[in-house]
Design a protein around this ligand. Sequence first.
Ligand SMILES: Cc1cc2nc3c(=O)[nH]c(=O)nc-3n(C[C@H](O)[C@H](O)[C@H](O)COP(=O)(O)O)c2cc1C
Length: 451
Amino acid sequence: MPRPLQFSAFVMNTTSHITHGAWRLPEARQTEFNSLEHWVSLARELERGRFDFIFFADVVGLYADHRSSWEKFVESGLQIPSNDPSVLASAIAHATSELGIAITSSILQEHPFNFARKISTLDHASRGRIAWNIVTSLSPNAWRNFGYDDITPHEDRYAWADEYVDVVYKLWEGSWDDGALLQDKERAVHGDFTKIHKIHHAGERYRVEGPHLVAPSPQRTPLLFQAGSSPTGRRFAARNAEAQFIQSPSPKDAKALIDDTRRLVVEAGRKAEDLNFFQGLSFVIGSTEAEARRRADEVDEYIDDDAIIAHAAGGIGVDLGHYDLDTPIGDIESEGSRSHLLWLREAVPDREPTVRDLARLRTRNGRVVGTPEQIADRLAEWRDAGVDGINVTNYTIPGSYLEFIEHVTPVLQERGLAQREYRPGTTRRKLTGADLLDDHHPAAAYRGAFS
Ligand SMILES: Cc1cc2nc3c(=O)[nH]c(=O)nc-3n(C[C@H](O)[C@H](O)[C@H](O)COP(=O)(O)O)c2cc1C
């Protein structure tokens, strides 16, 4: 019997993450994001429903202006205010025991020495349940918030990311040998000096002496997620990531993307199955198909197309607020997210997509509407296409997840599409069968390298 799918709840410490406008639905409580209780109780519910991850997206700046202003973002609560997700992680770790906690952090926002220290501390606190979604920040405002004149060009961002991961791998994997922490009261020796090493990293952007200040955590390197879909982004994922978030328009497109990326994984010296793929989907559930469709129409009454476009344009790097809805997307290729444009072209294969297609597809593509049984049928198709997990986008928090767990999960469990019980151990062990990165991963090369 094939493996069950993994499930990740895709959230952000903000009101309006993706399905803009849905925060106004009567049952929506995502405006309560400032409350720790809001997140802790969601995490407990996810664990009850055997979700594998709570996955926090994050940004460190506004998206690019919409109609030459950032007013639209404030007005629609579109990722402003936006709170730091990493602060929630230790509370969630304390309130749960099995749920993986994935945090997005950009190479821009934190020096790698400090980031490595924070993540190791969280991995200890959660007993090995931390995952890191590696992002490179595609908002020029974010770069200006950290002292740069403008966004670093796409290829250079990935070169930067290469050095950033190199530094943290050295700290996580190479700085401390196993058995360095003794805490021996009898002999009055707390740590073994011969087993802890400075890393002396000196690169283009960072100089880090070390040693790492935290003793090895259960996973050492957190489970590594990545979401870039440009050729360079996918090569980065192929070298580094253990899970990749994808937004394919259909199982067929996902299969092509997965096969091709797995080829890159092998080229990078790893095993094809070392990279897992999580497809983003949202769900509108009904006890009949007609009821589900009616509910989808209700949701659509609240969807704010203008906000959807403002957000999408942030990834593309052009102010689409100035364009007519029927403008072809073709002329507006930019420094920003190439994967967004690729996605749009795949979704509208027969003609050049327009701005209007972008708004519609962003909300309706990746949405599964139906009865729990119909949803299970669709998820079986994604699994057959080679998808390992589903990244579940919400319309309401906690409603979208509570409904899924109550109505869909039991059907999925019945069909072997969702787990009934967690596998024991760390988040990496649950996903891959081992606590630590395997020897083929580039980080493993630093084990023993500084002795
Ligand atoms: C499901 C998903 C989640 C993402 N989450 C974030 C995020 O939280 N923060 C962020 O800055 N970028 C996020 N991104 C953007 C990606 O990290 C990446 O920058 C983008 O897909 C462009 O990839 P490319 O640079 O390879 O073209 C996400 C992308 C996807 C598909």
